[in-house]
Design a protein around this ligand. Sequence first.
Ligand code: AMP
Length: 310
Amino acid sequence: MSVTVVGSIAFDAVRTPFDERQRMLGGSAVHFALAASFFADVHVVGPVGDDFSQSEYEVLHARGVDTADIERVPGGRTFFWRGHYDYDLNVAHTDETQLNVFADFAPKLSPASRDCDVLFLANIQPDLQRSVRRQSNARFVAMDSMNLWIDTARDALRAAIAEVDCLLLNDAELRMLTGEPSLPRAAREVMRWGPSHVVAKQGEYGAALFAGDGFFALPAFPLETVLDPTGAGDSFAGGFLGYLAAHNAGSPSEDVLRRAMAYGTALASFNVEEFGTERMQRLSPDEITDRVAELRRMTTFVDVPVALRG
Ligand code: AMP
């Protein structure tokens, strides 16, 4: 069981209404890898600069993540993102993006990364996503993206989407991408382009899965304190796809997909409890199991027939 992820490996500067950090380990591939590492072997593909030190690698190694395909560019600087959140923590405001080493990155997968069960093309330039996709033998390929690429690289993004099994995107971005105000219609439209699965991420409201004619949704885990929502989508993807990698990734059944949604929801909820990767670094398997059980109790009910008045 193995998962390969390509995406940003970053230093993030983040301000929320509660606190801020100037330069912490982040990036879509990092958040994803830490979450997926609870389920499967994880290979990370992406470039970093000279400023990426041993202590950053250590965070990934501590969770057993394979960093052999992290390419160190001599003289280069690591991708940098600065963003902030106002009281609506569902909306990230980007203040600065420095692509740095990503500007000239040509991904090359090692045999181990190529032969994974599941491939995740985390948020990055869509042509880079396609180049990784073409090198992979994965049985299930999923991708994420963001408004930046919908605005600036729409054709490349459409081409990338056509080549994957699953698209995960924020609900607002799904509407923006398809021009469809109704979420079910937007998901069905994307499915006509190629993917058999679409996950609409809805921030604190949870996530919804469209697969074939089927539909399943879960609310986010109701946390009283959210310190930093950065990486929630990627840790959701890590839990969701990590679970799929561990359970017959090629053609997941509806039951497996539903459980994968629950694990994605649980992993995302831990990630946002603290800044950056702080909470994920000391997360334990038992905490995940307990949270999924609690989520199940919160979201099931027993239907008893009642006499309804006509
Ligand atoms: P999420 O909150 O799950 O959507 O992802 C947050 C992560 O995305 C942060 O750690 C950033 O480093 C990373 N990120 C922000 N903008 C970009 C971008 N344009 N390309 C790739 N990664 C990005």
